[in-house]
Design a protein around this ligand. Structure first.
Ligand code: SF4
Length: 374
């Protein structure tokens, strides 16, 4: 197949669904790790077309959603300073911190700018040598390389008024934490294809072996998801637990060596808190010591952060796959995309946003009404 719409072909989807239906003999719980996959699944009703025995559990792979409240509040504090130009991707602006968001800071006079690349922020720093320019560097292994490259470039060009507020996270330690949770029901993973396109698949065999779970690297189009489910279910039915690459058009076993080298140069692995989940050992990156001068937390001492999560928000359970968004009492009532209580309702990859956007409003999904995946 050459074109993206071919990965949404209804006839091929039906054939894959038929194979999945013919394979399944008992209940299985699969977790799709990435929020982008969750949106494809809910948008196309894929979960409703699968056999009743196959449950898709939504994972924590939404970068905006897992950024800790403390880091959001630090961003708000730094962005409020008159000497600062605070740059971010647009999806962080409406993420609620304690009592306000970055849009609110802009409304109060803060210089908060939406950029489309960290290099845009670096350019702004070059154009404004008398201001401090901070880029909000969040996300998984996918967004970390360009952020690392920007810091590398800042040092090379001698740009001293640029810094990064870092909250990067890594997928494999999150899978480890999910499998160690006493409430875990997950029996297999659809791994995030774009993460593996950077990092490769080398970290997964040990996880699959240790927890005896199939891990199938999966893409983001409807046929990608169905192929990932098919391969996963076939492994489960055979009693196997291997790593399988169902996204070979983007993923090689070694990943992207240049991106990985840049990550190794600029970042070092650290423990990281995930919003709603808690600290996961070795699950994040921070700037390495030799780049510490570009660390916004180091440059701006922010004290007195007192975070308060909304009591009604159950995003932590949603992110761990323990609760479906429409099972939250606030869903669609006090919590909507216009009045979000949690980041999972704001982010373009958030599970609560997917359920709201695609009108999955009832706690019991109507499987029999679903007729199409495209
Ligand atoms: S629906 Fe809103 S309140 Fe409920 S878990 Fe999602 S973001 Fe939180």
């Amino acid at each position: 197949m050459k074109y993206i719409d071919e990965f949404q072909d209804p006839d091929l989807a039906r054939r894959l669904l038929d194979r999945i239906h013919a394979t399944v003999t008992r209940p299985w719980a699969l977790m799709e790790v990435c929020g982008g996959q969750t949106h494809t699944i809910i948008r196309h009703g894929i979960d409703q077309l699968l056999p009743d025995e196959v449950e898709l559990i939504h994972g924590p792979g939404c970068p905006v959603c897992v950024t800790p409240l403390e880091v959001i509040d630090k961003a708000l504090e730094i962005a409020s300073r008159p000497e600062v130009i605070f740059c971010s991707f647009g999806d962080m602006l409406r993420v609620p911190g304690t009592g306000r968001d970055l849009f609110g800071v802009r409304g109060e006079g803060g210089d908060v700018r939406v950029v489309y690349s960290p290099l845009d922020a670096l350019r702004i720093a070059q154009q404004n040598p008398d201001r401090q320019v901070v880029f909000f560097g969040i996300g998984f292994e996918t967004t970390a390389p360009p952020n690392a490259m920007t810091v590398h470039q800042a040092r090379k060009l001698g740009i001293r008024n640029f810094s990064l507020l870092v909250s990067h996270v890594r997928v494999p330690p999150a899978i480890e934490a999910i499998m160690r949770s006493p409430d875990c029901r997950v029996q297999a993973f659809l791994a995030a294809g774009h993460v593996c396109s950077v990092m490769g698949t080398g970290e997964y065999p040990a996880l699959a072996e240790r927890h005896r779970v199939p891990i199938v690297v999966t893409g983001f189009e409807p046929l990608d998801i169905l192929e990932g489910v098919r391969r996963t279910v076939e492994q489960l039915e055979r009693g196997e637990h291997t790593v399988d690459n169902a996204y070979p058009r983007a993923v090689r076993a070694e990943g992207n060596p240049a991106a990985r080298a840049m990550l190794d140069d600029v970042f070092e692995v650290t423990d990281r808190a995930w919003r709603g989940i808690g600290v996961i050992p070795r699950s994040g990156w921070r700037l390495a010591e030799r780049y510490r001068e570009f660390d916004a937390e180091h440059r701006f001492s922010v004290h007195g952060i007192d975070t308060v999560e909304p009591a009604a928000c159950r995003a932590g359970e949603v992110l761990q796959g323990l609760l479906k968004p429409h099972q939250c009492e606030a869903f669609g009532t006090v919590c909507t995309p216009r009045t979000p209580l949690g980041a999972t309702m704001v982010s373009s990859e958030g599970a609560c946003a997917a359920y709201y956007l695609y009108r999955r409003l009832d706690a019991a999904p109507a499987r029999q009404e679903a007729t199409s995946v495209v």
